[in-house]
Design a protein. Structure first.
Length: 264
């Protein structure tokens, strides 16, 4: 009974459990994540609703289309499927904190204290950086890109993009900017695991600038605005990653051996 009381004290405390019990805990964690996702889907379906979510997503493009022009659907089921996909994507982002906590609560008991100091901040910061990249793309990049593209459109052409094509474009851009903003996390992990030293990361700075512009040219539309909007933050975040790596390495070292053990 004492053991059962101890286990209830802290679900993140390390305790040895049979393999079957680990599977049961994993099942419970997955179930809680699915429930959180379901609640988010239901909440967003009620308000603001799938159609309104798509209108919100399409707002940066519609704002730069000729007056009275709207997006079109070339497939019969597109008006149903596309807003549904947007609903699921938004629900996942809304439920993401719960999902990440369930993953952390499952993994944490098997980690040492110095490993917890490393992984938990990385999980939180990587999530925030990804969402920051998505927000930066939506609120800043889209407006500049669509205005730039429309400025080149001939007067004899009426722009009426397809909603599925727009969704594909948006998801690609969100993924590109979200991952680009993960550069500091990649730098920290490489340095912390000893794969690359801080000195080598600093020496690689010039090559990374070239690499950032190459990546931006590949994953973004062929316009200068979006390429600069992706490459420049990547270069700045690379510098942030080097600074953060020094701090992480200093504060997440494993406890050193006791003097008595070293003497033996």
């Amino acid at each position: 009974m004492a053991d059962s009381d101890d286990k209830k004290d802290d679900e993140l405390a390390g305790t040895e459990q049979p393999f079957v019990q680990h599977l049961m805990e994993l099942r419970d964690r997955l179930l809680k994540s699915v429930i959180a996702m379901g609640i988010a889907v239901l909440a967003l379906a009620l308000y603001p609703g799938p159609a309104e979510l798509y209108d919100l997503l399409a707002a940066p493009l519609v704002a730069h289309l000729p007056q009275g022009t709207t997006l079109i659907a070339t497939s019969v089921i597109s008006p149903f499927m596309v807003p549904l996909k947007i609903l699921l994507m938004a629900a996942f982002l809304l439920a993401l904190p719960v999902v990440l906590y369930q993953i952390w609560a499952f993994v944490a008991p098997g980690l040492y204290n110095h490993e917890k100091k490393l992984i938990l901040p990385l999980v939180i910061s990587s999530t925030l950086l990804f969402l920051t990249g998505v927000a930066f793309c939506y609120f800043f990049v889209f407006g500049k890109v669509f205005a730039f593209i429309q400025s080149f459109a001939p007067k004899s052409i009426t722009a009426a993009p397809d909603i599925e094509a727009y969704l594909s474009f948006v998801l690609t851009m969100f993924l590109a900017f979200g991952l680009a903003f993960e550069v500091p996390i990649a730098v920290i992990v490489l340095a912390r695991l000893g794969i690359v030293s801080i000195e080598k990361l600093q020496a690689f700075r010039g090559y990374f600038v070239v690499l950032a512009f190459v990546i931006a040219a590949i994953v973004t539309p062929p316009d200068v605005v979006s390429q600069l909007a992706l490459a420049i933050p990547m270069c700045l975040l690379y510098e942030v990653g080097i600074i953060a790596a020094r701090i992480f390495i200093r504060h997440t070292k494993a406890p050193e051996e006791k003097p008595e053990a070293q003497g033996e």
